[in-house]
Write a protein that binds this ligand. Sequence first.
Ligand SMILES: [Zn+2]
Length: 459
Amino acid sequence: MRHLAILLAGALAAMPAQAQTGSPGEAQALELLKRGIAFRTVAGPGNQTFDYATWLKAQLVAGGFSDADVRVEKLGDTAYLVARYRGTGKAKPILISGHMDVVEAKPADWERDPFTPVVENGYLFGRGSSDNKFDVSTFVASLIQLKREGFKPGRDVILLLSGDEETNMKTTAALAEQYHDAELLLNIDGGGGDMDEAGKPVMFGVQGAEKTYADFELSVTSAGGHSSAPRKPNAIYQLAAALQKIEAYEFPGQVNEITKASWLATATRTPDAKLADAMRRFAANPEDLEARATLRADPGYVGQTGTTCVATMANAGHATNALPQRATANINCRIFPGTPIADVQAKLAALVADPAVKTTKVESGSVPSDASPLRPELIKVIAKAVHARFPDVPVVPVMSAGATDSMWFRGRGVPSYGVSPLFMKSTDSFAHGLNERIPVGEIAPAVTFYKRVITELAK
Ligand SMILES: [Zn+2]
């Protein structure tokens, strides 16, 4: 999943795209990506993630890693990979996480076969070309380049590739359990650059927080009976009353270091003066109700202002001529980092305030995780690597609304930052969708970016 948290609108400083001179790892990264797309690493029967991991291991070993330093483990129908680039051990390791699995793709729906890589008009098409095999391939190529160049880090750099990020995250949970004594984690499946439709870079987001996903079921039962003889209570009316109370409630405005920095950076690029002012005021005081209301009226910003809960499904009754015996609704919540899931459940129950309406948490596999601290020295390293390609592009900490592998590491106390170097226009972003593609020209700068960042952080 790639997420940029805040939608950016508005007039942007014109900036020429830099010509790319390429990097030594480019050809290998392209080859790794094309070969990688051909592995059908989709959950379920025929899942080739273990084969892909085994093949990646062979490339790393051929590129100078010792056999013992690259480990592939099977887990269920998938697998994970751990590659350790050994350092002198003078400091705690740096972890890198990405994922080898992809979202299902039905060949009949695609213009080209999703598992046959095709280069056309400067784009490489294929399932996983962006999410997440682009980053896996460019990162592996940069590690191999660093080995070739004889780079000796002061700390271990440990690449952790999960095999079910798009589904259950069991491999991620297993990896986080084994690898959490680390300085920090860079997630190559988060953050990233935005380009406008003219191909001008707009911003680079470092994902430092993500909201916690939770579903709650509201359910009411009543005795039922013949609809010709209505009686109280009626489960549908009870549920409807409960839903209206939830709709009417506003969760408090919240900010953290990450979203505060995001608001202030976004305000400087927002041409609508009223909106920009609301961002600044909200960043300074999330209890500013007027600022909060302005931001919450915009679907592009509401998710950044605090916890949100919304009704997404409802189901009730069993016949047109019968009183309902049961009514249920799903409430989907996106919880602000640091707020316990149980607090949100208790809040929903308190709002409903009807013992007949039960509020139950539906298992989602999501674990709560606090925002990672804003680390100025890390942002500096990332900004330097971004600016080597696009000087002056703002590097902005962001919170994403969806979950990535980082959730499991943050949950274990490892500060985690999404830093994928891929710059894309929103119209080129087809991750999870049809005809997923990446501009081939992004490969060389990504290899250069990863080499710079690793060399700097692990020196
Ligand atoms: Zn992903």
